[in-house]
Every structure is written in C-alpha cells, then in structure tokens.
Design a protein around this ligand. Sequence first.
Ligand SMILES: Cc1cc2nc3c(=O)[nH]c(=O)nc-3n(C[C@H](O)[C@H](O)[C@H](O)COP(=O)(O)OP(=O)(O)OC[C@H]3O[C@@H](n4cnc5c(N)ncnc54)[C@H](O)[C@@H]3O)c2cc1C
Length: 335
Amino acid sequence: MGSEITRRKIIQQGAFALTALPFPLTSITKLNLMAENKNFDVIIIGGSYAGLSAAMALGRSLRNVLIIDSGLPCNKQTPHSHNFITQDGEQPAAIAQKAKAQVLQYDTVKFHSDLAVSGKKTESGFEITTQSGDNFRADKLVFATGVKDTMPDIKGFAECWGISVIHCPYCHGYEFKSRKTGIMANGERAFHLASLVNNLTDKITILTSGKADFNTEQGAKLHQHNIRIVETKVSEIEHRNGHIKNVVFDNGSKIDFDAVYAGIPFVQHSDIPVALGCELTEQGHLKTDMLQKTTVRGIFACGDNSSMMRSVAYAVATGNIAGSMVNKELVEERF
Ligand SMILES: Cc1cc2nc3c(=O)[nH]c(=O)nc-3n(C[C@H](O)[C@H](O)[C@H](O)COP(=O)(O)OP(=O)(O)OC[C@H]3O[C@@H](n4cnc5c(N)ncnc54)[C@H](O)[C@@H]3O)c2cc1C
C-alpha cells in the first residue's frame, strides 16, 4: 500500500518512467524523506493513541505529516489495557506499537522521537522546535499530547498507580469485582465513584483523609449501601510490586485492600498549545469544538488533553476526527 502511494505520486509528478527505476520504490521514499525538508502539511505532537489515529486519517489523505513523540503515555505503568474492542487485555505499549506500524505504512507519515519544546506562529503556519534542536514547520498543528497525573505525596502511591491504585472503573474495575476496595477521594467525586463501583463490589470504604464532605442525602445513600467512611489521613500504601497490601493511616492503623480508586489532579503534558494562545476549560483541558478545533485557527487537539473522557477508545475516536478535520481545512484552503 505504501509503495502504491509513492507510485502514484511519482506518476503524478512525472519524475521519471517507472520502468527505468534503478532501485525499489520504498527506498526512494526513505531517501526523499531523509534528504528533504522540515516542512510538512501537518505536525502532530504526541504519537500515542490520539496522535497515531489522527496520523492515519491524514496519511490516508496523502498529507505530509510529522509525528513528534517523547514516548511517555500516561498509562505506561498499567500492565493491561481494557475496554477497547479488539484489544481488550492487551499491553498498552503493544496497542500503540501495532498502531504505529500500521500508520507508518503510509509513506507520507514520518515519526520523530523527540520532545517538542516550543512553538511559534509563522506567516504561513507554525514552527515547532524540539529538544534536540530541530525546527519543523507546518500549516497545521495537532496536539495529542495527553495529560500528566500529579501523584500525591503518599509513599507507595506512584508505584501502585495503574496496577492496583486505579482511576477508572471502566478500565480496571472488572478485574477487581467483588474485591475489597478503597476510594481515596471526598465529596462529589467520592460519591460518584462509590455509586459506580458499588455495581462491581459491595466491599467499599471511602478514605477521605480529612472531614467527610457529603450532604445528608449522600450520607444516607452511602449508609444504605454499607459503604464505610474513614476520615483518618492516609500516609502510605504498602504494596508488593505495585499490588496493594494495606493502606496505612497517620495514626499507625492499617486496612487491607485489593484495590484503591483515586481521583488525582493533572496538568497538561505540553504547555506549547497555551503558549500559542489556545484556551483551557475550567477543568484544565484544551478547549475544542465538536470537530476538535481549538480556539486558535489551524490548531487542533485530541485525546486526554482536551477531554475528561479518558480512554483509549475516546483518544482514537477524537484523533480520527481531528485528522479528518485538519484534512478538510487543508482542502478548503487549497482546492
Ligand atoms: C494508569 C492509567 C491506566 C489506564 N488504563 C486504561 C485502560 O485500561 N483502558 C482505557 O481505555 N484507557 C485507560 N487509560 C486512559 C488512557 O490511557 C488514555 O485515555 C490514553 O492514553 C489517552 O491517549 P492520548 O494519546 O491522548 O495520550 P497519551 O497516551 O498520554 O499520550 C500522549 C503522548 O504525547 C507525548 N507528548 C506529550 N508532550 C509532548 C511533547 N511536548 N513533545 C512530544 N511528545 C509529547 C507523550 O510522550 C505521549 O506519548 C488509563 C490511564 C491511566 C493514567
């Protein structure tokens, strides 16, 4: 398929007769891409699920695309990813690897392992500078940069993140069904998680690490479902290789758990979009419309950086929309 695209390109360009080619078409493509240019139709920053999905739509539209990726997806510590059809239970990196291999079949898509450190507006589009000192230019940008979760200062928490300290019942709740479960949160967030998780297990304790913040109605509901509330501050998570043994409290007491849900804060993984003028929502996501356009013309965003719906499926879906909408915008400008 890749060489078919090159073949068509060469025929269109009338460069030389196909019968006279001295070496295979795939080599021509590689030579071209290496020798040339740092100018692309689109630069995608972030080459995980959302970015690769956008790249596929653009590669299939014969757009010259550069993906810049620093190789740090948010789910890197999770042994198995769930709830994405055809890949349920697969290792997160294996899903991305398969996606990358398929996307790079399209000759007009290039992958560059590097960290994008800054961006600026140019007369015709944008320029991105990377940590290793490269400058790349493109008419359009897609940010698929994800978010960075901020680990609380609790010993053992970071080591368990994604293994037995989990963020989402849809991703990992089934694996801990009927098991002894903690919910490390307070107020609305804790109540919401408790109501969701209650469908998976009836052994729930909410760990508020301070005075519980529930209204009378919420308190009554939690009581009705035998959901305990512990207000003592959590100080440590004892674990073996990320698998929780006990939650340890400030006063030295412990409770054993199989899993703990935690709602923790996040920051944007890249500050380039904001530096370029993209607005954030109150929750800290990049503001986009239904077509994944940010508030700056020519810049699109997809995946975790622009939505609270954190899942591989959603990242892939919004990446696909972003890819096609970037292509549409290019068509409208150039046709
Ligand atoms: C612990 C955990 C477990 C999860 N488990 C599941 C699960 O089982 N099932 C499920 O559906 N979802 C799961 N999720 C959610 C899912 O992982 C995310 O929704 C998904 O990874 C989002 O994809 P993304 O492409 O938007 O961002 P990410 O996958 O986070 O990728 C962002 C990419 O952008 C790159 N990047 C960022 N800034 C720059 C820069 N300046 N220059 C270059 N590259 C940059 C990063 O290195 C990274 O490769 C989990 C999330 C977490 C945190």
